[in-house]
Write a protein that binds this ligand. Structure first.
Ligand code: SAM
Length: 209
């Protein structure tokens, strides 16, 4: 296992998810953006780099019945799995894979929504970013939605001890290209469990063609 993957496995093996620097009791900004997409309850929703996000239980409780979750860390996926109510487990698929060197992710069906909070910003190399956006473009349906929420350009330079590439709506649009229309964007200051301010940029795009 490479050093990067073992970093994330150690994070989830050693920390209570509630103490991680990205824990949200409720993923409110994401849930609001998802609600604004007016998706059918059987729409295919993909959360890349899902970690132990509480958003997944909330989506299942809202009745979404086709939820795919991905992470590079099997510890993250196990932690998340333990938190899912057993009667909801049939509505969720767990996919362990590196989205910058995808293998299993190449076989998933096309999705109605791609959601990423705090994952893309860890990819510093152009090759990794290109691989991420190539995967996204091969998996999001025409008419489908993309939510990307990362540390804003005005924010701190590191998360989880790792250097970041920070974003704003323009730089995300540039990576997505003209086939994706920006529907909404806003800055949101997340306060982490240690009280630190972490300014994020939230973006919602829709695929035109
Ligand atoms: C800062 S955490 C955010 C977790 C979750 N998205 C949230 O908002 O609570 C970053 C997550 O991305 C995962 N991750 C990092 N690099 C990845 C990669 N190349 N492929 C898939 N997942 C990755 C990590 O294991 C970790 O769970």
């Amino acid at each position: 296992m490479d050093e990067y993957t073992s970093h994330w496995n150690k994070v989830y093996a050693n920390a209570n998810p509630e103490n991680t620097g990205w824990y949200q009791e409720t993923a409110e900004p994401s849930l609001e953006l998802i609600a604004s997409c007016n998706l059918d309850k059987n729409a295919t929703i993909l959360n890349v780099g899902t970690g132990a996000s509480t958003m997944i239980n909330d989506l299942l409780q809202l009745g979404y019945s086709d939820v795919l979750v991905n992470d590079i860390s099997k510890e993250a996926l196990s932690t998340l799995k333990r938190s899912i109510l057993s009667n909801n487990l049939s509505n969720i698929q767990f996919i362990e894979d590196d989205i910058t060197e995808p293998l299993a992710m190449l076989n998933i069906p096309k999705v109605d929504l791609w959601h990423d909070r705090a994952v893309l910003h860890f990819f510093l190399e152009k090759e990794q970013q290109d691989a991420y956006f190539n995967l996204l473009k091969s998996k999001v349906k025409v008419g489908g939605f993309v939510i990307i929420a990362e540390f804003h350009k005005s924010g701190v330079l590191k998360c989880s001890g790792l250097e970041l590439c920070r974003y704003d709506a323009e730089s995300i649009q540039e990576k997505l290209g003209d086939d994706f229309k920006l529907v909404k964007d806003f800055q949101y200051t997340y306060i982490n469990p240690s009280g630190g301010e972490r300014p994020y940029i939230y973006t919602l795009f829709q695929r035109k063609k």
